[in-house]
Design a protein around this ligand. Structure first.
Ligand code: ZN
Length: 191
């Protein structure tokens, strides 16, 4: 069965919590790990092999993106899926978006499958898309996308800086729905 590398963004806790909601103190690294762990459950249940680049709340070696990429590459991952929460100065900023590297790769196909499942599961989650090249992903040479050998995507699930979306990101039922959508998108890639 395919080997899926899940990458919960940021090292966690005092090392690098990622973005933080200024009202509730909710940390991005906590949400990323919780949802990635649920994606892992779903994928294992249908027979996939899964490797997490971070498995604990605060894990110092994961502060290195080079470490994470080498982990995925040495394992021989077939896909890499990085999970993050978005943040903006304006509390109004909202929605979901997914990134691949520049140009057309299998990562674009994976991104489309995942974002289709996410938008199908959450009608209230606005899609922030870049349709310039005919598909919904945005393109940036983020390190985790650029230096992993396998097709890779980075999903910014929702805005932790937006009060309503932060409440959803903290909600265990919402986390489970998001994880299920991501897992379904990954499965769609192999159909
Ligand atoms: Zn992040």
């Amino acid at each position: 069965m395919p080997k899926i590398c899940l990458d919960p963004g940021h090292a966690g806790g005092n090392i690098d919590p990622g973005s933080i909601n200024s009202e509730t103190g909710l940390q991005e690294s906590t949400v990323n790990l919780a949802i990635a762990s649920l994606v892992k459950e779903y994928l294992i249940a249908v027979g996939y092999q899964v490797l997490m680049t971070r498995t604990r709340e605060e894990q110092v070696e994961t502060d290195s993106l080079k470490y994470r990429c080498e982990l995925a590459n040495n394992w021989g991952a077939d896909l890499v899926v990085s999970l993050h929460c978005n943040s903006a100065t304006s509390e109004q900023a909202n929605g979901t978006e997914i990134y691949t590297t520049l140009g057309e790769t299998d990562g674009d196909r994976l991104a489309t499958y995942i974002i289709n499942q996410v938008t199908a599961s959450f009608s209230d989650l606005e899609l922030r898309a870049d349709w310039d090249d005919g598909d919904p992903d945005k393109e940036e040479n983020f390190y985790i996308l650029r230096y992993t050998d396998a097709p890779a995507v980075l999903l910014e699930m929702a805005f932790i800086s937006n009060p309503e979306e932060a409440a959803k990101l903290a909600d265990s039922a919402w986390q489970r729905d998001m994880a299920r959508a991501v897992a379904r998108g990954i499965s769609d890639y192999f159909v």
